[in-house]
Write a protein that binds this ligand. Structure first.
Ligand SMILES: [Zn+2]
Length: 476
């Protein structure tokens, strides 16, 4: 008997956690428990509060974590799991491990800052407010990580083996093929993690990893993301529009503030700005990458050339490391970040977090949102409940650090930079399966997006598809 329980990213796009439980073997031990991803809930309070709840099975009884990629909504609860008693191995690809080594401690740091802020301003009903985990605890959990190359099979127990295959979402991102053998028969489960785009270089420039998720996958049971289950990405080249937006803001004497994940999205965006600047399409204003991880992220990005697309290889061959580019500045400490804040001349500021849920971007937006000369440019998905979502959806004001900030700056969004396949791309990827899975469970989507993708898959492919519910247990 084996079951899967959806402990997160069901009914929402964050908090990915799927528990595989293979119970009651002949020795009478409790059986094997493997968690696919262990992400933070982000966004609406109702979901964030679940970060404080215990797992339905004790953390110490979970044997392994298999991690699809480094984004915090997939990895950010691992330090908490360790804090609660988990002491097994965390498997991930080598580049995912490198990324987690900067992302998780940074997440711990942000948790500490939030708790400290809540205590100072008495904004929490808890006294004292505590961090979910600290930077030190996040560092400590890295000793449980064990890298495994793409394609290499690993037998975790007689009844379970797995391997990583490419999902082309971000650097290191993988799907997990799990083979469960019980009672003499084997079944294959595929957990997609986040699925990257089948890229068209023109409409989606700057792709880091090889184009497209692994094709021809086979599974008896598929657990698949549905972030863009109700949408198609624009097919136009975003560069002319991007150049126009930047030029106009600079002409007005304004600056451009871009909330972006510090890892991958920021590097990709810097390459685009460099290209546009070299082509004379945007003025040579200072570009600031403002994140404590800015330099380390570039180093990791440049280290894993094995995952680059030809496009990215060409760009790096032409321009070298972004750390050396004239006019590009990488702010890692708080002092240099404050200097950017004080700058009164037009510039471009790329800072995290990407959905304005924390981090230095909050300071930049507090400073620049009230001035109509400025431009706030979104280049990533904004989950409902986040400040990014509020700003992007045209609200007249937003609360940052407990203050109401009027939004008078121009707000624009370019959707082409998404690292998620849209509905047509998902369907064309699914058509590469040689046979339909018995059941597909959709996770990692807002309810309406998941439902729409379910309907499309039933209609276009004739597959048996269900939308996973939070805490639901299904037979594996
Ligand atoms: Zn992701």
């Amino acid at each position: 008997m084996a079951y899967i329980q959806f402990l997160g990213a069901a009914g929402t796009v964050t908090g990915s956690k799927h528990l595989i439980n293979i119970s009651g073997d002949s020795t009478g031990k409790r059986g094997l428990q493997v968690l696919i991803d262990c992400g933070l809930f982000q966004g609406q309070k109702e979901w964030r509060e679940r970060n404080w709840q215990d797992t339905p099975v004790p953390a110490r009884e979970i044997d392994y974590v298999i991690l699809t990629h480094a984004h915090l909504d997939h990895s950010g609860w691992i330090p908490r799991l360790v804090k609660e008693g988990f002491s097994g191995k965390v498997f991930c690809t080598p580049s995912t491990l490198d990324l987690c080594a900067i992302l998780l401690p940074d997440s711990g740091h942000l948790q500490e800052e939030d708790a400290e802020f809540a205590n100072r301003k008495k904004t929490s009903k808890h006294s004292p407010a505590l961090p979910l985990y600290t930077e030190a605890e996040a560092h400590d959990c890295l000793r449980y990580f064990s890298p495994l190359d793409f394609g290499e099979a690993r037998q975790l127990a007689p009844e379970l083996s797995f391997r990583f295959v490419r999902s082309a979402h971000i650097l290191g991102a993988s799907m997990v093929e799990v083979t469960v053998t019980t009672g003499g028969s084997s079944r294959r489960m595929l957990f997609t993690g986040d699925i990257g785009r089948v890229r068209n270089v023109r409409s989606n420039p700057g792709k880091v990893v090889h184009a497209g998720p692994a094709e021809g996958e086979q599974a008896d049971l598929l657990v698949m993301e549905s972030t863009y289950g109700s949408r198609s990405h624009p097919s136009a080249d975003p560069r002319p529009e991007l150049a126009r937006l930047v030029r106009n803001a600079v002409k007005r004497g304004g600056s451009v503030v871009v909330p972006a994940f510090a890892v991958e999205r920021t590097q990709k965006f810097l390459f685009l700005l460099k290209e546009l600047m070299e082509a004379g399409d945007i003025p040579r204003v200072p570009i600031y990458a403002d994140s404590p991880m800015a330099i380390k992220a570039v180093d990791i990005f440049l280290k894993h050339t094995e995952e680059f697309s030809q496009d990215t290889k060409n760009l790096i061959a032409r321009y070298g490391s972004p750390l050396e580019w004239a006019g590009f500045h990488f702010a890692t400490d708080v002092e240099s970040s404050k200097k950017i804040n004080d700058s009164r001349y037009p510039c471009v500021i790329v800072s995290s977090s990407g959905m304005v849920t924390g981090g230095r971007i909050q300071h930049h937006l507090m400073q620049r949102l009230p001035d109509p000369r400025n431009l706030v440019l979104f280049i990533g998905f904004q989950a409902p409940g986040t400040r990014g979502f509020t700003i992007k959806s045209g609200a007249p004001e937003v609360k940052i650090f407990g203050q109401i900030i009027p939004i008078r700056a121009q707000v624009a969004a370019l959707e082409q930079f998404s690292d998620h396949a849209d509905t047509p791309e998902l369907l064309s990827w699914l058509r590469t399966f040689p046979r339909p899975p018995e059941t597909t469970y959709l996770v990692h989507g807002e309810p309406q997006a998941s439902a729409q993708l379910r309907d499309a898959m039933q209609k276009e492919l004739g597959w048996n598809v269900e939308v996973a519910e939070y805490m639901e247990k299904v037979e594996a």
